[in-house]
Design a protein around this ligand. Sequence first.
Ligand code: HXC
Length: 267
Amino acid sequence: MESPFKPDILKGKVALLTGGGSGIGYEISAQLGKHGASIAIMGRRKNVLESAVSALQSHGIQAIGVVGDVRKRDDAIKVLEATIKHFGKLDILVNAAAGNFLVPAEDLSPNGFRTVIDIDSVGTFTMCHEALKYLKKGGPGKDPSIGGIIINISATLHYTATWYQIHVSAAKAAVDSITRSLALEWGTDYDIRVNGIAPGPIEDTTGFDKLAPKEISSSREKDPLYKLGEKWDIAMAALYLASDAGKYINGTTMVVDGGLWLSQPRR
Ligand code: HXC
């Protein structure tokens, strides 16, 4: 589907996306790039990054891939330094790296719980923390009057409770809390806007393949509220938040799920 945004709304901007090589992260990379941004993507798998970078470049997007694991602070530092070395600055950080699997709480080991918290919550904080010096107004290569943007990819699992998702629900609740705290502190001190996006079930993603069979029964698929989202829907929300269209938005997590999380069985 064609974007409703002008193609130059992010002209001259530089974005770094964790988990940017596949799924929702890749689509956000592609749409930020198609609207003028230069793109650095971070991920654990070199081959995935390489094909993502080729695909981005085939659209005329300036792109690099840097291997790294958000659980390792040294990797975060290395990837940020590589981004600055290549593009000279950083305007937008998108934290899209995540881990997930379905498991009943009684079968989940504390280490399994910790692993997802480490990727989703601690990884998000680590990336934000290490990116601060580049994102704040007056950071290297940046206009002294304009701070950067952070977008954290969350979920709606924790708004109520979701079967077999205790680890991810806790992790994403922490992500939403991080979004608000950083919006407050860094919005005030450094003019950085920090927001989140909470996707519903998005077709053609690893998350959907792993989780959806238990979340959505086929009898509900025809209900408008249960229709699947596209990666494009999430990327458009990211464009809105990353561009000047979102200049007065700070500390919110935008739900992009067609209203699904509100729903209850019809009486
Ligand atoms: C129970 C499991 C498990 C499973 C792993 N563990 N998979 N426990 N059921 N299916 C436990 C292990 O037993 C281990 O604990 C601990 O978790 C760490 O496992 P590792 O395999 O060593 O971890 P690692 O190789 O680092 O892999 C991380 C991962 C993996 C999260 C487990 O799934 C991953 O890399 N995923 C990244 C890709 C991904 O999931 N993307 C989808 C994101 S979708 P013990 O105690 O045995 O040592 C998403 C959507 C959110 O986030 C919500 C949408 C609505």
